[in-house]
Design a protein around this ligand. Sequence first.
Ligand SMILES: C[S@@+](CC[C@H](N)C(=O)[O-])C[C@H]1O[C@@H](n2cnc3c(N)ncnc32)[C@H](O)[C@@H]1O
Length: 246
Amino acid sequence: MTLEQRQEAGRRQAVRRGTGDDPMAAGAALRRAHGAVQGRPGEFALGGRTWTLLPGVFAPVHTMSTRLFTGWLPYPAGGSFLEIGSGAGVTAVTAALSGCAHVTAVDIAVAAVANTEVNAQRHGVAGRVRVLKGDLFDEIGPDERFDLIYWNSNVIDAPAEFEYLDELQWAFFDRDYAAHRRYLSQGPELLAPGGRMFLGFNTLGNRDRLLVMADELGLEVRTYRRQSGALSGIGVELSLLEITAG
Ligand SMILES: C[S@@+](CC[C@H](N)C(=O)[O-])C[C@H]1O[C@@H](n2cnc3c(N)ncnc32)[C@H](O)[C@@H]1O
């Protein structure tokens, strides 16, 4: 089977998987739930702490993923942590509160950057959490290295012609899996010796395409931890994947 055929098979399998529906439709439903204004709290509790939730940001109240992945990550005590796509900032702030000496939180969405800053202030770790607006690793200095790199990613493999209409769509859709490809290809270069790289994923994502990409880059993807659950009522399996050199 050619690479293109494997990718297409991966795409078709992704469409059958998860809800049994089209992941694009599931993504649109999630975008609506996370963007809904009515009933959206300005604060939420998670991990024994209270967090500010700003409008237009991926809302941990509508997902299990933030809580599960934040609880599962092996934070490097005294080390450096890079979170791509920090959203409301729960994981980045928890990393700092869990003993990481240096935390960098990046998000492509302006509202998410603001939300992460607010929660870093709220929990007294603004001095150890650097928050950057950027696309994946673009704002990371050439000599920076991290002990742990993590992204709870926008798992839905959107078609190449997909157009982003608002910032919140970045939380769910990755056009032609370009950001996943870059995460896999550039992330390992930014690891300190002994550093580890993780991806928060679920069954709405195109795991087969991810595996093909990893294989092409000589990487292995293993499930670090997983759990069945639901995202806004859509049944999924959530997995924290670890990316390692093959
Ligand atoms: C599924 S949400 C996770 C948010 C947060 N980490 C959490 O677990 O609650 C994915 C996040 O990745 C961000 N994102 C998507 N593409 C990105 C990119 N290319 N660079 C940086 N952030 C990105 C989105 O804006 C969104 O905040």
